[in-house]
Structure formats: structure tokens, C-alpha cells
Design a protein around this ligand. Structure first.
Ligand code: ADP
Ligand code: ZN
Length: 463
């Protein structure tokens, strides 16, 4: 009862390696270091470098987190111990903690090894405090963290956790020396889908002269599909072909299989229509242009119109050119403009606005509120700071409003509104000025779904 329900694979039983994982290049790159360490621990010990003890893989289910973890063990040639975080949610006080001790006992016997905890949020949810706290759960988590800390550096135990909800994890989890590497494993773009389909059609009879075209077509028809969905598509198609007594799998079976997988999961059937895709592409291109031309201290790293595990329909990733610890008045205004770029592009170029800007507007408003209420940057409001920042027991900051007059409340409203409106006007000017660049980005996005730094820069500097 107090034993952890774990499964141990000996190195000889692990047939998975990085060749079985298609795409996921960034994740593989990060995990290569772990592999190198497990293979040559003495090198790291000698040089005094500290390997992370914990790596967190986050992202949508079925995108290859388990596969990556197992392939890491396969590449390193070490035992792979797997378990599920939900096994530690027990009603009886002390049972979860006892299982944690058992888990670490087992791991110790297998060092060097990788321990993989799927659904680690089951184990590591934020601790509660005050009335209604959950003693059993907190005890389990405390035991886990103290066991992780108790493990010396570079002993050869690496814990890989997987979760779709990193936001649920207790902040203590992500402290240095615990799970301080966080790797995102998200839904594949069209290139990734082609790679995954290649892996999963290796042993499936598709006429070889047609194979490349068929794979490309299927990849185009499956935006938003995870690796697991694509594996299901190829499997369904093989079964259909067998049932119909066919020798080869053709586009017909694969198409039917897509429909089956779609029907099986309601959420996935939310594939964007061409019109919606066009809107998302314009929206993201608007962010990119506003970011590039108005927010000069940052560069646009990536633009994507692949749906993310968190429900966003696309994203534009801008990163500051160098670390910044202070924000000037202009920095904040420029960040607001870059957030409004998506909406501005929709309004000006498509003459139709969408719900895609909801999160942008929320973030822009928060920035404007800070500008006016906390940073003394709005002329009309003056230097007074409104609202007091407090820290709660989890280390999160929040603001408590202190009393102020109704007139002040009105002025805050006016100042916030005019800041947003003025920024929006400037954003719109930039969008009009760089209409051509947006067109090119949209066209490329519709074609490739993802654009990287170099390509973006080239488009934006050549027009
Ligand atoms: P997760 O742990 O993220 O929920 P899994 O690693 O269990 O997802 O993936 C489930 C299955 O989907 C895998 O066993 C594999 O068949 C397929 N799959 C997912 N991602 C990939 C990928 N990148 N390359 C090849 N197959 C994949
Ligand atoms: Zn947006």
C-alpha cells in the first residue's frame, strides 16, 4: 500500500531513441546536455558544474513528452523509472509521503537513472494554507521536495516531470536546484507534422512514388493535431486498408482516418476555416510589424499560426535585445503599441475585428494601469502611487486599492483610456505605413505556419 506504483525499464528494454521523436528540436537540444551528463558524469564533477536535478516538460497532451523522456534514457543508456503524479493523491495521511520515500529508495538502487513523473501537477499542486488546507497533499509535496534537495548534486539522478498545466505547480517546485529547466513541447507545425508522419509511416505500405506527396497533403489537412493524433491517423488508415483488403494505403484511407480522429475528439475538430486562418495571420503580422518598428529594443523571434496547447490561435514572440531591469516611459508605451498591433491590423486591413485581441487588450490595460497608478508617469495624475503592492505567502504580488476620491477615480479612468487610445492611433499609423510587409508576412504564414527570426528580419528590413 505504501509502495509507489512505478515501472522500471532496464537499459536493454528501452528501444526508444531520438530518431523516434520527430521534430521537437529545441527540446532535444536541451535534453542532449542531460544525456551527455549521464554518460560522462565524471567530466561534470571534475569541472564543478551542477546539472539540474529536475527538468519540466510542459505542453499539450500527446505531443511527445513521455516519448522524449524515454528516448533520453534510451540515448543515455540508463534505467527509466516511470510513474504517474496522480498516484500520490491519497486520502490517508502519510501514504503519499511514504510512497515518495519508496520511490527515492528505488531510484537510488538504479543510479544513474531517469525518473519520469507524468502528470506531475497531481503531486506538485500549489500548497494551500489557512483553513481548508489539505494536509495529506502538502505532506506529500514537502516530502518530495525534501527528497529532491537531499539528493546531492551530480549524483546521476534526473527527475523529468511532465505537465500540461505548469501554472498549477507550487512555486517552490521551480526554485534553482529543483525543476529549474522548463522545456515547452508544443503542437507540431506543418514541418513537424510531416516529420512525425514520416516516422509513423515507416512500416506502412504507401506506394513509394506517392509517399512524399501524400504525407505533405495529410500534414496540410491536420493543423492542430498532436503527434499522438497523427499516430492514430496512420494507424486507423492501416486498419481501414486491411478491412478493405487493400495492398496499399492511399489518400482515401488517410482522409477517412482524419475524419475518425476528428470525430473522436470534439476539441480538435475546431480546425480554423481559411477565413479564420487569414485573420489570425493578419493579427500576428500586425503584432510583428508594430513590435519591430515601434519597440526598437526588442526583436521578433518567431511568428506562428499553429494553435498552442494553451488555446491561443497563434503567437508572436518578441524578446528584448538585452536584459532589462528598468523600463522607461517610452518602453511601456511601446509595449502597449506592440500589443495593440494585432487588433490594428485586423481593423485596417480586413475591416473586421475579432475576439483574437482579448488577451492583448487585457495585458495592454494592465500596463496602462501601472503607468497611471503606480509609476507616476501620467502628467495629470502626478506622482502619487495608488494602491499598495502586497506579497502573499506564495510570493505572488498583488495590489490592494487604498481609498481615493471619486474625482481621482474618474481621472484614473480618463488617463488610462487616453493612454490606450493615443497608443492605438500611433500603432495604426505604423500598420498603414508597413502594409506591404504585412502582406508578405501573411502570405508566408499561410504557407508555412511558422516564421523564424532571420526570415522575419529580412522581410521587415527589405521593404
Ligand atoms: P505526452 O506525454 O506529451 O502526452 P506521448 O509522448 O505519450 O505524449 O505521445 C503519445 C504518442 O504520440 C507517442 O507514443 C507517439 O506514437 C506519438 N507522438 C507524439 N509526439 C511525437 C513525435 N514528436 N514524434 C513521433 N511520434 C510522436
Ligand atoms: Zn494578439
Amino acid at each position: 500500500f505504501t509502495q509507489a506504483r512505478i515501472e522500471i525499464f532496464k537499459p536493454g528494454d528501452i528501444k526508444t531513441n531520438f530518431n523516434d521523436v520527430a521534430g521537437c528540436d529545441e527540446a532535444k537540444f536541451e535534453l542532449k546536455e542531460v544525456i551527455d551528463f549521464l554518460k560522462h558524469p565524471e567530466r561534470y564533477r571534475r569541472l564543478g558544474g551542477k546539472m539540474p536535478k529536475g527538468v519540466l516538460l510542459t505542453g499539450f497532451p500527446g505531443c511527445g513528452k513521455t516519448l522524449l523522456a524515454k528516448a533520453t534514457a534510451g540515448e543515455a543508456g540508463v534505467p527509466f523509472i516511470t510513474l504517474n503524479g496522480s498516484d500520490f493523491m491519497e486520502i490517508f495521511v502519510g501514504v503519499g509521503a511514504a510512497r515518495i520515500r519508496d520511490l527515492f529508495e528505488q531510484a537510488k538502487k538504479n543510479i544513474p537513472c531517469i525518473v519520469f513523473i507524468d502528470e506531475i501537477d497531481g503531486l506538485g499542486k500549489k500548497r494551500t494554507a489557512g483553513p481548508g488546507s489539505n494536509d495529506e497533499k502538502d505532506q506529500t509535496l514537502n516530502q518530495f521536495l525534501s527528497k529532491m534537495d537531499g539528493f546531492g548534486d551530480n549524483t546521476g539522478l534526473i527527475v523529468i516531470g511532465a505537465t500540461n498545466r505548469p501554472d498549477l505547480l507550487d512555486p517552490a517546485f521551480k526554485r534553482p536546484g529543483r525543476f529549474d529547466r522548463i522545456i515547452m513541447v508544443d503542437k507540431p507545425d506543418i514541418k513537424g507534422r510531416i516529420e512525425i508522419l514520416k516516422v509513423h509511416t515507416k512500416n506502412i505500405p504507401i506506394k513509394s512514388e506517392m509517399k512524399e506527396n501524400i504525407i505533405k497533403t495529410i500534414a496540410e489537412r491536420t493543423p492542430g493535431f498532436s503527434g499522438a493524433d497523427l499516430a492514430a491517423v496512420t494507424n486507423e488508415a492501416a486498419m481501414l486498408a486491411a478491412r478493405n483488403n487493400k495492398e496499399h494505403i492511399s489518400l482515401e484511407e488517410l482522409d477517412a482516418a482524419i475524419m475518425r480522429v476528428l470525430a473522436g475528439a470534439e476539441q480538435k475538430s475546431k480546425i480554423l476555416s481559411p477565413k479564420e486562418k487569414n485573420m489570425v495571420a493578419h493579427h500576428e503580422a500586425g503584432h510583428a510589424v508594430a513590435g519591430f518598428f515601434l519597440q526598437k529594443e526588442s526583436y521578433v523571434h518567431k511568428i506562428s499560426i499553429v494553435r498552442t496547447g494553451h488555446g491561443a490561435l497563434g503567437f508572436t514572440l518578441s524578446l528584448p535585445i538585452e536584459d532589462k531591469y528598468l523600463n522607461t516611459q517610452d518602453d511601456i508605451k511601446n509595449a502597449v503599441k506592440s500589443l495593440l498591433g494585432g487588433r490594428a491590423a485586423e481593423e485596417l486591413l480586413l475591416k473586421e475585428i475579432s475576439s483574437g485581441a482579448e488577451n492583448d487588450l487585457e495585458r495592454a490595460t494592465i500596463l496602462a494601469l501601472r503607468y497611471v497608478k503606480r509609476l507616476g508617469m501620467d502628467k495629470k495624475m502626478g506622482l502619487r502611487s495608488f494602491g499598495v503592492s502586497r506579497e502573499n505567502y506564495l510570493g505572488d504580488n498583488f495590489t490592494v486599492d487604498e481609498g481615493y476620491s471619486e474625482e481621482t477615480a474618474k481621472q484614473i479612468d480618463q488617463s488610462v483610456n487616453s493612454l490606450l487610445n493615443n497608443c492605438y492611433e500611433e500603432t495604426k499609423e505604423a500598420i498603414v505605413e508597413h502594409k506591404e510587409e504585412i502582406k508578405i508576412i501573411v502570405q508566408k504564414l499561410l504557407e508555412k505556419e511558422v516564421l523564424e527570426k532571420e526570415e522575419i528580419k529580412q522581410i521587415l528590413t527589405s521593404c
